[in-house]
Design a protein around this ligand. Structure first.
Ligand SMILES: Cc1ncc(COP(=O)(O)O)c(C=O)c1O
Length: 412
């Protein structure tokens, strides 16, 4: 077989970049070799529009079995009664839910993007904010969830849907309080647990399935699976499940990605293993230790601390933007992303903060001692952004750490 040289060269360069970089992007992770294999398998050749035994294409005998295994494992992992494993992504999962339960113009209440929400939660720059009437809640002065404000907004606007679940909030969310608020006007409660799904699977973060009418998630963040989405529920409402299934296909998607669904099945099996709990515990430890170092060096952690895999650093007192920090850290082979902090005055390309997550470094075997050392190197980098000599030295130190913790030796 002749390789496509141009593309394979770029894949190899990207592989080298990943191996030589400390990846602190909170939404990224490394999949196991088993998952990589299933993603590159012949399953990519198969069309399977529809569901178990009700497909619009022939030859789905094995596909049906694979999809059923994925559903069964996800139900066990998250204690759900209903699971749809077909969403191509987290965004698709959210859109399918909206399409199933809302009409254009209906009101949704969600966290403001700049306070930690996600663009698909009704942001005006996203189709969800164009089709639906979105109202937003913010974090309070202490940068915590303000349940009182959410309750007042729910009473005032009577939203058809309330969304909880965030992209950059670092603390434990009280799903029960959210459900109580949603009960006031019989609003649906959707929890988007994309970021924390791995922690939920390991029982290290409260499972929202008991409280939410519907839960959506990505499978590629802390859950460490393939790039994709899922929808779950445990309420006794068969007609809601049917509505959501119809909303995925034929409502918003065509053929399911069977190579990804097989990979999701593998990911759920890996997450059901007790080693996964150890991995998730270490993610939390690493994040906690890093925040200690940042605080010692007078960096401000948004919301004061982290109880998850991620945290935001407010860089206002350091007089550098998130964009500058991201760029200079890139120079020392550390990847982070610039991020809004609550009530940020800077625009989305500049921002006043950076977001840091520990799921990926933990997957390559890094523990709290090295995590703290990486945090020290970040502080030093951000204090010496114009000192080329120091920057070069830090880069070499980071490359040495990467060599000590190769990605695809540790992951089976
Ligand atoms: C809370 C939340 N929901 C949904 C998504 C969207 O997922 P995807 O990128 O798979 O569409 C993200 C991704 O960052 C997210 O953080």
């Amino acid at each position: 077989m002749k390789l496509d040289k141009k593309i394979h060269k770029l894949i190899n360069l990207e592989k080298r970049r990943q191996e030589n970089t400390i990846n602190l992007i909170a939404s990224e992770n490394y999949v196991s070799k088993n998952i990589l294999k299933a993603q590159g398998s012949i399953l990519t050749n198969k069309y399977a529009e529809g569901y178990y035994k009700k497909r619009y294409y022939g030859g789905c005998k094995y596909i049906d079995k694979i999809e059923n295994i994925a559903i069964k494992r996800a139900k066990k992992l998250f204690k759900a009664k209903y699971v749809n494993v077909q969403p191509h992504s987290g965004s698709q999962a959210n859109f399918a839910v909206y399409n199933a339960i809302l009409k254009p113009g209906d009101t949704i209440l969600a966290m403001k993007l700049s306070h930690g929400g996600h663009i698909t939660h009704g942001s005006k720059i996203n189709i969800s904010g164009k089709i639906y009437n979105s109202i937003f809640y913010k974090l309070n002065k202490k940068e915590n969830i303000n349940y009182k404000e959410i309750k007042l907004l729910a009473i005032k606007y009577k939203p058809k849907l309330i969304i909880a679940g965030f992209s950059s909030f670092s603390k434990i969310c009280n799903w029960k309080k959210f459900r109580k608020i949603s009960n006031i006007n019989n609003s649906y409660l959707l929890v988007d647990m994309s970021h924390i799904a791995g922690l939920v699977a390991a029982n290290l973060y409260p499972n929202p399935i008991k409280y939410a009418h519907i839960v959506t998630s990505t499978t590629h963040k802390t859950l460490a699976g393939p790039r994709g989405g899922i929808i779950l529920s445990s309420i006794n409402n068969k007609s809601l499940y049917e509505k959501i299934n119809k909303s995925i296909f034929p409502g918003t998607q065509g053929g399911p990605l069977m190579h990804i669904i097989a990979s999701k099945a593998i990911c759920f099996k890996e997450a059901l293993n007790k080693n996964f709990i150890k991995y998730q515990k270490q993610i939390l430890k690493n994040a906690k230790y890093m925040t200690k170092v940042f605080k010692k060096n007078n960096f401000k952690i948004v919301s004061g601390k982290t109880q998850t895999h991620l945290f935001l650093i407010n860089l206002k007192n350091k007089n550098i933007s998130g964009h500058t920090a991201e760029k200079i850290l890139n120079k020392v082979n550390i990847t982070v992303n610039k991020n809004y902090i609550p009530d940020d005055k800077k625009n989305s390309l500049e921002t006043s903060g950076i977001r840091i997550g520990t799921a990926a470094i933990t997957k390559r075997g890094i523990k709290e001692k090295t995590s703290s050392y990486i945090a020290k190197l970040i502080c030093k980098t951000l204090k010496n952004i114009k000192n080329i000599k120091i920057i070069k030295k830090i880069k070499n130190k980071i490359i040495n750490i990467c060599k000590k913790f190769p990605i695809y030796k540790k992951i089976i």
